[in-house]
Design a protein around this ligand. Structure first.
Ligand code: GAL
Ligand code: ZN
Length: 673
């Protein structure tokens, strides 16, 4: 099944609602305020296991029934949580074996949240018992539009190293490798005398005197993501059986700082892909990271509209300095998600808590109440989302794809590598930033996706590359595509074994180059670049001793450890071209390179300096989102109706500082997709 909830039309609006923290009088007030703000959906019960099942097998669901009834009477839909995210004290007291364990053997105690081992059969059984009770009671409730499994699976318990997980890891390995000989080969266990002679000897990569086996670490990452996905499937399958026709989701964390779940494997298992996003408020390009995460979420959703389950109305409570949002930023950030494919804008949380670890996290209803700037912005956002409702269901299209792969990320960032400065997202986000600056919309897609519609494909830091990915990229280029591959790509196979004969083994022939040795740079070291395109720019982080095997040199190093050696090359293959970037250029160099590649592949660029311009395409019209992140009014070419202001745009739209426009552009008959 794969379906958006029928009851949610237009752009859904709401947030996590935790009425159990408040007296009943507040519930009535909440329902009135939700109606005032235009809230259409709330997620209820996420952390209420302790109240719903106060002791084993004794369920108290009546209060939740009252909440559901009240919301239904007020015209608000419910995304009902299965409440299994945070087990109650009685459960861990009775069954301490469900508690997760760190790599160093420390047991994590209850008292926070999510203190459960993903492989624990005891936890699984208790969770499914609660899900059964909830589904039996609420499956037919008229407010119910979607099920919300657990919460941010893996947020705090993504890797459990306990004995139960160890046994589960061994079963997973047996399925993967069949016998010990294949496992020993894949893990390269002749190295450091690690050869296994019995399955029972195999453990998770617990804290060891020095680097644990890299393939063991990589497989443990794969296993851990699968174990959590398995938990999702168990709850989902039960819900599909007991509550047929109601879509099921769980909220992802597709954010730069979260790396533990392979969401490309998870996406196809969801009825609706949901996403939580929190700004990295310390970054001055936090809105670009937002765009990146939103594009990646759309990739995980395979292009379908997705559900923004959580973001923050203003500050969070868990960063080092919790920066409040500027006036207008709430709406701008919200519409940036919609521009990139979200058909729901929801928040953590509805009403700010009085107690607990998140009492200083902003909420739609702040501690100070409704005579506040924040509440007025919330009401304004509700109006805006209603006004742009017809956008729902339309799709984003992109000419450029960046390949993103969590397995490559896990492998690329293992310990014992040539330079700690080479991290998976570093170059990828620099290239993304340069494209963002040029107004180029990007799809972030998994290797193996159909690339035929893209003018340009970028494979940054694709360290781990399978043979099939290498073959697909070759045929993409042969058929006329422009491919950019960067350093630290195509180095190893799926077992993290080096591809021999000169780096990067997976792409050497396609790129027409071969590298014999890496020359990482010292911290902060800059090397001058020469060649028309990159003259005046600097190389940073990484260089390598590369020789041409058919490719042309586009730029080279002037000084540093490898003067005269190529840094950027281009190889014509079939009717396309494969470029290789052997270093990290500075910002100026990256911008020049990206501009050149867009020109070479026919990708349209528009420079709007700090103004984000993205289109969604529907059958009748397309929608031009203009998000002004600057402190000046801007003018952007547009013809149609601005759904936000209601104004008609004949040639251009004027967008005040910090504000937004969504221009409906009629698609001429005959030009429809
Ligand atoms: C999310 C989580 C919410 C809340 C929020 C605070 O990660 O799902 O329950 O904790 O963060 O920012
Ligand atoms: Zn465990």
């Amino acid at each position: 099944m794969s379906a958006w909830p029928d009851a949610l039309t237009g752009i859904a609006f709401g947030g996590d609602y935790n009425p159990e923290q408040w007296p009943r009088e507040t519930w009535e007030q909440d329902a009135r305020l939700m109606a005032e703000a235009g809230v259409t959906v709330v997620s209820v019960g996420i952390f209420s296991w302790a109240l719903l099942e106060p002791e084993q097998d004794r369920f108290d669901l009546d209060w939740l029934g009252e909440v559901m009834d009240l919301l239904h009477r007020s015209g608000i839909s419910v995304d009902l949580a299965t409440a299994t995210a945070s087990p109650p004290p009685w459960l861990s007291h009775q069954h301490p074996e469900i508690l997760p364990q760190n790599a160093d053997g420390t047991r994590l105690w209850p008292g926070g949240r999510q203190a459960w081992c993903p492989s624990s059969p005891v936890f699984r059984e208790r969770a499914l018992s609660l899900v059964t009770a909830l589904a039996q009671r609420f499956a037919g409730h008229p407010a119910l539009v979607m099920w919300h499994v657990s919460n941010e699976l893996g947020g705090h318990n993504a890797r459990c190293f306990c004995d139960v997980s160890a046994a589960d890891f061994r079963r997973w390995l047996e399925r993967r490798y069949g016998d010990l000989e294949h496992l020993n080969d894949a893990w390269g266990t002749t190295f450091w005398s690690q050869r296994y002679t019995d399955w029972e000897q195999i453990l998770p990569p617990r804290t060891a005197p020095t680097f644990p086996n890299p393939t063991q670490q990589l497989d443990f990452s794969r296993f851990s993501s699968d174990a959590l996905l398995d938990h999702y499937r168990a709850e989902r399958d039960l819900l599909h059986r007991l509550s047929p026709g109601v879509p099921v989701t769980t909220n992802f964390m597709v954010m730069s700082h979260v790396r533990d779940m392979d969401y490309f494997a998870w996406g196809p298992e969801m009825d609706v892909v949901s996403q939580d996003h929190y700004l990295e408020a310390h970054r001055d390009d936090a809105h670009v990271e937002l765009a990146f995460s939103a594009d990646l979420t759309r990739g995980v959703a395979n292009g379908r509209p997705w559900f923004l389950m959580e973001h923050s109305p203003s500050a969070v409570n868990w960063q080092e300095r919790n920066i409040a949002k500027q006036p207008g930023q709430l709406r701008r950030n919200s519409l940036a998600h919609v521009a990139r494919g979200a058909d729901a804008v929801c928040f953590f949380q509805w009403r700010a808590s009085r107690a607990g670890a998140e009492k200083y996290h902003s909420a739609l209803v702040p501690h100070a109440g409704t005579d506040t700037r924040l509440w007025r912005e919330v009401v304004e956002l509700g109006r805006t989302l209603e006004a742009i409702g017809e956008v729902a269901g339309s799709r984003v299209r992109a000419d450029v794809a960046i390949l993103f792969d969590w397995e490559a990320r896990w492998a690329a960032e293992l310990d014992s590598h040539p330079s700690r400065d080479v991290t998976y997202l570093d170059l990828m986000q620099r290239i993304y930033r340069a494209l963002w600056d040029l107004g180029v919309t990007v799809d972030l897609v998994h290797p193996g996706s159909d690339l035929s519609s893209y003018r340009m494909v970028v494979a940054p830091t694709l360290y781990l590359t399978t043979d099939s990915t290498a073959a697909e990229l070759r045929s993409y280029v042969e058929q006329g595509g422009l491919l950019l591959v960067s350093y630290w790509s195509g180095i190893v196979d799926e077992h993290d074994h080096v591809r021999l004969g000169g780096y990067p083994g997976a792409f050497r022939d396609l790129l027409g180059i071969s590298t014999e040795e890496f020359f990482p740079l010292r911290a902060g070291e800059q090397v001058r670049l020469g060649g028309d395109l990159l003259a005046g720019a600097a190389a940073q982080v990484w260089t390598e001793l590369l020789s041409l095997r058919g490719a042309d040199e586009v730029a080279g190093y002037v000084d540093g450890p490898l003067p005269g050696i190529p840094a950027l090359t281009r190889n014509e293959v079939g009717s396309g071209a494969a470029w290789y970037l052997a270093t990290r250029p500075d910002e100026m160099g990256t911008a020049a390179l990206v501009r050149e590649l867009c020109a070479a592949s026919g990708v349209d660029v528009h420079q709007h300096g700090g103004v984000e311009v993205v289109r969604r395409h529907g059958p009748e019209a397309s929608y031009l989102f203009v998000l002004n992140h600057t402190a000046e009014e801007v003018e952007v070419a547009a013809t149609g109706t601005d759904l936000v202001s209601g104004g008609v745009c004949a040639g251009d739209v004027r967008v005040p500082a910090g504000s937004v426009a969504v221009v409906r552009e009629e698609v001429p008959q005959g030009a429809r997709p």
